[in-house]
Design a protein around this ligand. Structure first.
Ligand code: ZN
Length: 242
């Protein structure tokens, strides 16, 4: 694993070099949104219209300069935050990030150019990559599960590995509510649906843990601890134990 990054400069450098082109960076609590445009360069996309964010912008510009990264601010949009509540702001931010992802991310294969929003995202395959040590905001070290989602480019057949967060941005909430294991499909239920299923005595509703009870596959974190409806997948699949 990496040696631990301690200074803000090292942390920023580490984070940016690992981020892929088109990746979005929102340093926590600063009210700034950036996108990596190429190695060594980021675009500042939005800044919240507060004195705090304006100062953070100056500090970030200096910090990035120190590590040899350029911050392009020509297209930066000022976001008026006084008029909106935090929830609305959060929703607006999410929509903006989704738009950026859908309009900017292309296949990783050079020359392909296929927009990733045109990939068959519903076929995304979740892969567990192992544990990695991460520093928490409190300064303690925690073991974190690393996952990625593999999706195949419909044009050049390259399998692109995406970070779960990036996948969620592209795929949208609806796709994140459904998860396929080898034998069953889980669909997360809203509270009203849970009530309706319980009233109807449906027996295909379960609460998920870490593993799929039918295949023993490890479930990705966002599928755990949820009330889900279970459906068997296509019946051509063998139900006998492997
Ligand atoms: Zn491609």
């Amino acid at each position: 694993m990496d040696s631990q990054s301690n200074t803000p400069e090292e942390q920023a450098k580490d984070l940016l070099s690992k981020m892929r082109t088109g990746g979005i960076w929102e340093p926590e609590g600063l009210g700034l949104t950036l996108m990596k445009t190429k190695e060594g360069s980021v675009d500042l996309i939005t800044q919240e219209n507060t004195p705090f964010s304006a100062q953070a912008r100056i500090r970030l510009r200096l910090l990035l300069g120190d590590i040899g990264w350029e911050m392009n601010e020509d297209e930066c949009q000022l976001i008026d935050v006084q008029s909106t509540d935090p929830f609305t702001r959060h929703m607006e931010n999410t929509v903006k990030r989704q738009e950026m992802a859908q309009n900017n991310w292309t296949c990783v294969k050079e020359g392909c150019g296929c927009m990733m929003s045109a990939f068959p995202l519903e076929e995304g395959r979740w892969e567990f990559l192992g544990q990695e040590e991460m520093e928490t905001p409190m300064g303690t070290i925690e073991e974190v599960e690393m996952w990625s989602v593999a999706v195949k480019c419909p044009v050049c057949d390259t399998e692109v590995m995406m970070e779960p967060y990036d996948y969620g941005l592209l795929a949208g909430d609806d796709l994140m509510l459904t998860y396929h294991t080898a034998k069953v499909t889980y669909t997360a239920l809203e509270r009203e649906e849970v009530i309706r299923c319980m009233d109807a005595n449906l027996d295909n509703v379960i609460v998920t843990g870490t593993f799929c009870p039918f295949t023993r596959e490890m479930l990705p974190p966002h599928v755990r601890g949820a009330v889900v409806m279970v459906k068997e997948r296509e019946k051509n699949e063998d139900i006998e134990e492997e």
